[in-house]
Design a protein around this ligand. Structure first.
Ligand SMILES: [Zn+2]
Length: 165
């Protein structure tokens, strides 16, 4: 960064870019808009003061924060980046509400299914006993009727049979 090629800040401020120019590392001459917008919103001397108060390793982050805030302020002169923050916070709370509703619905469905299971199997058992009563020699037919895993199907009729005969 010699005096011949001033940084974007010094170019805009029409001053000689010193070797220790505080802006030079963060405002390269090929991106004049970056400094222009920060200068417009915060003022060059304020930006200089803010950077001087910070340790060197934090200055780059501070500059990108200032650029972001300046862009937001130009886009939204009333709320600046607070507008974006509150919009996103709104979205987060809306999504959290949707999530809570979906979780409540899942719970409802689970609770509807759980008490339904015993009555369903009760009906199945009644049908089974009816089938077993009416024709005990047609067990293969009954095996096809149920959709239980084969291990259950084999065990169950045997138990039933011993009960009913
Ligand atoms: Zn400079």
């Amino acid at each position: 960064m010699g005096g011949n090629s001033p940084c974007a800040s010094c170019k805009l401020l029409r001053r000689r870019c010193a070797k220790d120019c505080i802006f030079a590392p963060y405002f390269p001459s090929d991106d004049p808009h970056k400094f222009a917008i920060v200068h417009k919103v915060f003022g060059a001397s304020n930006v200089s003061k803010m950077l001087q108060e910070l340790p060197i390793h934090q200055r780059a982050d501070a500059v990108s924060s200032l650029v972001y805030e300046a862009n937001a302020r130009v886009r939204d002169p009333v709320y600046g980046c607070v507008g974006a923050i509150s919009y996103l916070q709104n979205q987060v709370s809306q999504l959290q509400m949707q999530l809570a509703v979906a979780q409540a619905e899942i719970l409802c469905i689970q609770m509807q299914q759980e008490p339904a299971l015993p009555t369903h199997s009760q009906m199945d058992q009644d049908e089974r006993s009816l089938l077993l009563h009416s024709n005990l020699d047609s067990i293969p037919q009954y095996l096809n009727f149920t959709s239980y895993p084969s291990s259950n199907v084999i065990q169950d009729p045997l138990k039933r049979e011993s009960l009913w005969t």
